[in-house]
Design a protein around this ligand. Sequence first.
Ligand code: Z5A
Length: 203
Amino acid sequence: MFFTLEGSEGVGKSTLIESLKDFFKENKIDFLFTREPGGTKEGQEIRKILLDQSLDLNPYMETFLLLADRIQHVEKIIRPALQKNKHVLSDRYVESTFAYQGAGRGLNQRELEGFIKNLNFPKPNLTIYLDLPVQEGLKRVKNRGKTDRFEREDLIFFEKIRNFYLDLVKKDPQRYFLIDASIPIDEVFRLAKDRILKELNEQ
Ligand code: Z5A
């Protein structure tokens, strides 16, 4: 099965993934964890450009770099794993493009859909969305020190992204599972792990 994890800055995706990795390893469930941008060697080069604060990327350039990263990621990592019946969890995927480049940067969602549709990316079975008030997430990220090209954006940019995700969950609560990311880390892990296990058991 194919799972993805979404959310705005500092919501705790990386923290959750570390706990999930340990859990599935201990329980001998074969799971592949990956991420975007930068899930492949070639994508890591694209990731450097995307996060480089000294660059001023046109929103279309940013979008096509992200799509180029995803093409390589899907064909080299995700699709082969799914074909071998492995479970996959990607930290960010297509929804990030609609949220950040669509809602955040203001590109037309239909136009984005047009670019993406022809690329035939596999559809996740479930997307876990970690939700947190924007200021709380940014505070967590600031405590970490170094910021990147996205993290220098203003509050409105991140509010638009959060609202976009909340809307997605509202429209399709079967496909998107919201977790309140302001609760303790262990609780976030328990909710995510239980929901993934439910999906695996019901497949
Ligand atoms: N991007 C895009 O624009 N379009 C696309 O299509 C794609 C991506 C695929 C990738 O950055 C950037 O690319 C991203 C969107 C854009 N924007 N940014 N920035 P990234 O991969 O470097 O960053 P990220 O995905 O946003 O993740 P992050 O900033 O590293 O945050 P996180 O992984 O969600 O959070 P964390 O590192 O697990 O936690 C942050 C801190 O909070 C840390 O100190 C934790 O100990 C703490 N934490 C975590 N959980 C909790 C709880 N529950 N309570 C209290 N404290 C907590």
